[in-house]
Design a protein around this ligand. Sequence first.
Ligand SMILES: [Zn+2]
Length: 272
Amino acid sequence: MKIDQHRLVLDDDTPAPFRQTPNISRGRTITPQYLVIHYTAGSSFDSSVDWLTNPDAQASAHLVIGRDGEIMQLADFNARTWHAGKSSWRGLSGLNSHSIGIELDNAGILTKTPDGWRSAFQKTYPEADGMEAAHKNGGGMRGWHRYTLNQIEALVAIGSALVREYGLKDVIGHDDIAPNRKSDPGPAFPMEMVRSRIMGREDETEERVECTAALNIRSGPGTGFDKIRDALPKGTQMIVTGESGVWIAVTVLDGDDPTDTGWVHSHFVKAV
Ligand SMILES: [Zn+2]
């Protein structure tokens, strides 16, 4: 993907779908320095696009990504959209004037039910679509809607194109720039992995950990996923490749040789 005249161009050289939102500061352009990630807390891609292009919303973002990786751009990337609200980061305040906002279709906070999860707007989700985690800003353990692989891959591709075009300094969450008001994108969002891929920092540091007890390694980030082998013995070393809430993706090492890859609970590892 690439950016041309502040619009997203897809890999087949066609323009990304575009629907202009009226919710922008007219006559003003910005020089974006950051990419801010949000969840919609909505029920669908279409309903979120409709809302963010409705004048009553008094809110917007530059782009929405659906759960199948579908895309709708809502404003030129140098337009001042209304996604951040009262916010500050690294000496800047009012991040609407300094950032590009991307909304991910995600229900946000979920409540456990006997057979899965329920959103604040009473939509139900299967067990595997949710996870339990504590937000880094506080609030204790609660349920969160997971993001999808297609959604994250689309975000990484778009974010990488935006960094190339605008020289963005970092990828941050709404919950980083407005920590007292906002919980999005929250603990289900794999920020470390997305940031390192978008910013091209893969080789910067290799985070190596070892388990402090015998530790199960699973095919996904949660106890609902199958164990992929016998428990790792205490002291087994791993390289961290991603995170999802309290779960981390790892490559297991035998000496310095990589063996299995999977997910482990981060409470039972320490840095080495
Ligand atoms: Zn937000």
